[in-house]
Ligand binder design. Structure first.
Ligand code: ATP
Ligand code: MG
Length: 431
C-alpha cells in the first residue's frame, strides 16, 4: 500500500508556502490585467490529438512525457502537459476570433501541467504554469509587448539576476532552407551524436539543437545559424522586434541555437533565465514565442499567435536563491481569548461579529488556559486581544488589549456587536 504523494508532485502547505504561491499568482493577475489580458480556464485533460497535432509527435513532450489514458468509452485522453494547445483549442471551439471579440484577443491561465519527467529540483511531474496567449496580431509590437510584460513581472517580484534570450525560427521558407543546411552539416558527424539526436536528425533536425546531451553540444555550438537563413519577411520581423526591445530599453541576448522543445513556434522565440548557479539545468523560468500556424493546425482560421509560459516552482526557487523577501504574512486583526466553558457561544458570536465588520479574527477552541491563548494570539500577530471570561460574560462586558501598546480597556459587549470598527480605531490610534 502506498499512501505517499506520487513521485514528482508536491503538497503546497500553509501558512508560508501557499501564501507565497498566492503572492505570485496575485501579482500576475494584477499585472496581466493592466496589459488587458483576461483569464481563461480550460479542462485539465484534453483529447490526446490536441497535443500531438500542436506540440508535435517528435517532441519530447509528446513522445516521452505525456500522461495519457483511455477512458471507459475508450477515448484517448491526456493530462495537459502545457497550456497553449488547450487554449488554442478553446479559442477555435468557442469561435473567439469572431467580430464581437477584441482583436488581438489576449488571455492568461494559471494551473497545473503534467509531464512524466525525471523529477529533480525544479523539474516535477505535476508542476504549475502561468501562461499568456495573444491571438490575432502579426505585429512585432505584440511580441515585444508580451516579452516586456514577462520582464515586468519578474522585476515586480524583485528579481535582479535574470536574462532575456531571443532568437527567430523564421517562417516556413526559412525552416525549409535551414533544415537542409542543418542536415548537411550534421550528417558527417551522425555517428558521434547521441542516439536521441541520431533519430532527431531524420525526424526533426532542429530538435538536435535543443539536446541537453554533452555529446551533441560541441556540434550544436558550431552549427550554422538559422539567422543566416531568414527569409526577407522573417528578417524584417526579427529586426522590428530587436528595434522595439531597444526602444523599451530591454536588454537581451541573441542565441541562434535556441529552438525550444515544441513544434509550433515560428518567428520570435524567447527564454528568460536566471543566473543563479543553484538553478542548474533548470534555469529557464519563462519561455515562449510566436506561433503563426497553430490556430489553423487545430481547425481554426488563419490566426497568428504569441505567448509564453512560466514555471511557478522555478520562480519560487529563484526568489529563494536571490533572497527576495516576501511581504510580511498577514496577521489577524483580533484574537478572542475565551475563558471557561460558559463563554463558548458568546466567544463565537464575538468572533463572527468582528469578521462581519470586515476584520480578520480567530479564537480559541481548545479551552486552553489564558496564558496559552495569549501565546497563540502573539504567534498569530494579533493586533487586538479580546478577553471574555465568565465574570465579563455575567457583566455583559469584554476586555480588549492592544498587543503593541499593551493598553487595555473594557467595553460593553453590545458595542462590539454594534460597531466593532469604531472600537478597533479607538484601540489602535496612536497614543
Ligand atoms: P526544459 O527545457 O527545462 O525541460 P521546457 O522547454 O520543456 O523546459 P516549456 O514547455 O517551455 O519548458 O515550459 C515553460 C516553463 O515551464 C519552463 O521554462 C519552466 O519554467 C516550466 N517547466 C517546464 N517543465 C517543467 C517541469 N517538469 N517542472 C517544473 N517546471 C517546468
Ligand atoms: Mg522539458
Amino acid at each position: 500500500m502506498n499512501f505517499q504523494r506520487p513521485k514528482g508532485t508536491n503538497d503546497i502547505l500553509p501558512v508560508v508556502e501557499s501564501k507565497h504561491w498566492q503572492f505570485i499568482e496575485e501579482k500576475a493577475r494584477t499585472l496581466f490585467s493592466n496589459y488587458h489580458f483576461n483569464e481563461i480556464r480550460t479542462p485539465i485533460f484534453e483529447h490526446y490529438e490536441v497535443f500531438v497535432r500542436s506540440v508535435g509527435d517528435t517532441s519530447d513532450i509528446v513522445s516521452k512525457e505525456m500522461y495519457s489514458f483511455y477512458d471507459k468509452k475508450n477515448r484517448h485522453m491526456t493530462l495537459r502537459p502545457e497550456g497553449t494547445a488547450p487554449v488554442v483549442r478553446a479559442y477555435v471551439e468557442n469561435r473567439l476570433f469572431g467580430p464581437e471579440f477584441s482583436n488581438p484577443y489576449k488571455l492568461y491561465y494559471i494551473g497545473p501541467m503534467f509531464r512524466y519527467e525525471n523529477p529533480q529540483k525544479g523539474r516535477l511531474r505535476q508542476f504549475h504554469q502561468i501562461g499568456v496567449e495573444a491571438f490575432g496580431s502579426e505585429n512585432p509590437a505584440t511580441d515585444v509587448e508580451t516579452i516586456a510584460m514577462a520582464m515586468d513581472f519578474f522585476k515586480q517580484l524583485g528579481l535582479q539576476k535574470i536574462r532575456l534570450v531571443i532568437n527567430s525560427l523564421g517562417d516556413k521558407e526559412t525552416r525549409e532552407n535551414y533544415r537542409q543546411a542543418l542536415i548537411d552539416y550534421l550528417l558527417p558527424h551522425e555517428s558521434e551524436l547521441s542516439e536521441d539526436s541520431q533519430r532527431r536528425l531524420q525526424e526533426n533536425p532542429l530538435r538536435v539543437l535543443d539536446s541537453k546531451d554533452k555529446r551533441d553540444q560541441q556540434f550544436v555550438a558550431e552549427a550554422p545559424s538559422i539567422l543566416d537563413y531568414l527569409s526577407n519577411e522573417a528578417k524584417f520581423h526579427f529586426e522590428m522586434v530587436t528595434t522595439m526591445l531597444d526602444a523599451l530599453k530591454i536588454a537581451y541576448e541573441i542565441d541562434s541555437t535556441m529552438v525550444r522543445g515544441l513544434d509550433y513556434y515560428t518567428h520570435t522565440i524567447f527564454e528568460i533565465m536566471s543566473d543563479e548557479k543553484e538553478m542548474g539545468a533548470q534555469s529557464t523560468i519563462c519561455a515562449g514565442g510566436r506561433y503563426n500556424q497553430l490556430v489553423e493546425e487545430l481547425g481554426g482560421p488563419e490566426t497568428p499567435g504569441f505567448g509564453f509560459a512560466m514555471g511557478i516552482e522555478r520562480i519560487l526557487m529563484v526568489l529563494k536563491a536571490e533572497r527576495v523577501t516576501f511581504p510580511k504574512e498577514n496577521t489577524v486583526d483580533a484574537y478572542v481569548v475565551s475563558l471557561g466553558k460558559e463563554t463558548n457561544a458568546e466567544s463565537l458570536k464575538v468572533t463572527q461579529a468582528i469578521r462581519n465588520a470586515g476584520f480578520s479574527a480567530d479564537r480559541d477552541f481548545m479551552n486552553r488556559k489564558a496564558k496559552a491563548q495569549f501565546k497563540t494570539a502573539e504567534k498569530l500577530g494579533a493586533t487586538l486581544v479580546l478577553t471574555l471570561g465568565e465574570q465579563e460574560l455575567a457583566d455583559r462586558m469584554i476586555n480588549i488589549k492592544n498587543m503593541d501598546t499593551r493598553i487595555e480597556k473594557r467595553f460593553i459587549l453590545s458595542d462590539i456587536y454594534n460597531n466593532f470598527s469604531k472600537i478597533y480605531d479607538e484601540m489602535t490610534q496612536e497614543n
